[in-house]
Design a protein around this ligand. Structure first.
Ligand SMILES: [Zn+2]
Length: 301
């Protein structure tokens, strides 16, 4: 079966440098490769080499296309370089702090000049409302460029940050899918991806999807948030999501991020098993594992 991965992080040298800078607070120079080594991860090297590393990994696992997420604001260039190198295989996503003064300029350049396709919002991390004017402005820019919005809702944990000893002073209340629904409803032409089924706000995510046909879920990660809902299993999560949002609005993803771990094959295997257990038709599995991604992010012709 053809597989597209809707959720991979492109952890560039700049990403690791930013972690290092945050830790030493500008008291001394830091090198991205030193930070990666300290985290027991492969140093990414230049964006082009990391892009090639990902292509080899996708080929090895028979993955056709992947979303690559530039995972800190200001790292749009790295992802753009990867996409330029392998335009048929990568779709560029970029993290944006919608509350930053340069947010509109950055988003305009990323969607325009850099040809990235999806802006990623982390409202809990950057402390703004999904239902405020700053978010609406980002949607307006996405709409003007035919782009998509990815909005992280629910519980947020970033493994490398905690492993690197960085504090996470986040406001998890900001990641409410119902706040997202207000802006998603105002921009019905913009595809809105909620990763990890809403990351713990599952009920709210389902309600948001019911209210807004442009909201999709990505299935990525181990979805360990299900431990916050007593008795919930990932099988039931898929079943409910298929009932409420339907097969056209689930996008398979792994949340792969670093090497040497590479592409998270076990996530794919576990989700295939779940869909077999539910007994979905092959066409439904095809939508989830590749078709929906190709529909939202049509391959460059
Ligand atoms: Zn992720």
């Amino acid at each position: 079966m053809n597989i597209n991965d809707g959720h991979c992080h492109f952890l560039s040298n700049r990403f690791f440098e930013a972690l290092g800078h945050e830790k030493v607070k500008g008291t001394r120079p830091v090198s991205g490769s030193d930070v990666a080594t300290e985290l027991a991860m492969e140093a990414p090297g230049p964006a082009e080499s990391l892009a090639d590393r990902w292509i080899a990994e996708l080929d090895r696992n028979h993955v056709s296309r992947a979303a690559l997420i530039g995972s800190i604001p200001g790292d749009e260039e790295s992802v753009a370089a990867a996409v330029r190198r392998h335009p048929a295989r990568f779709v560029g996503f970029f993290a944006l702090n919608a509350a930053a003064p340069d947010a509109a300029d950055r988003a305009t350049r990323a969607f325009g000049e850099l040809s990235l396709r999806c802006v990623c919002l982390f409202p809990a991390m950057h402390r703004y409302g999904l239902d405020d004017d700053r978010t609406a402005k980002v949607f307006e820019i996405a709409a003007a460029h035919g782009g998509a919005v990815f909005a992280h809702c629910g519980f947020l944990s970033i493994e490398m940050r905690s492993r690197f000893g960085l504090k996470a002073a986040w406001d998890l209340r900001r990641g409410d899918p119902l706040a997202l629904a207000t802006v998603a409803a105002a921009f019905p032409q913009v595809p809105v991806i909620v990763p990890h089924f809403g990351g713990g706000f599952f009920r709210e995510a389902l309600m948001a999807a019911e209210a807004c046909p442009n909201i999709l879920f990505d299935t990525s990660s181990s979805n360990s948030w299900i431990r916050f809902v007593p008795g919930l299993t990932l099988v039931e999560v898929f079943r409910s999501a298929l009932t409420v949002a339907g097969p056209q609005r689930l996008i398979f993803g792994t949340d792969s991020s670093y090497f040497p771990r590479g592409w998270r094959k076990t996530i794919c295997g576990a989700q295939r098993t779940i869909l077999d257990e539910i007994g979905v038709e092959p066409e439904v599995a095809r939508c989830i594992f590749s078709g929906n991604f190709d529909r939202i992010f049509q391959p460059a012709s």
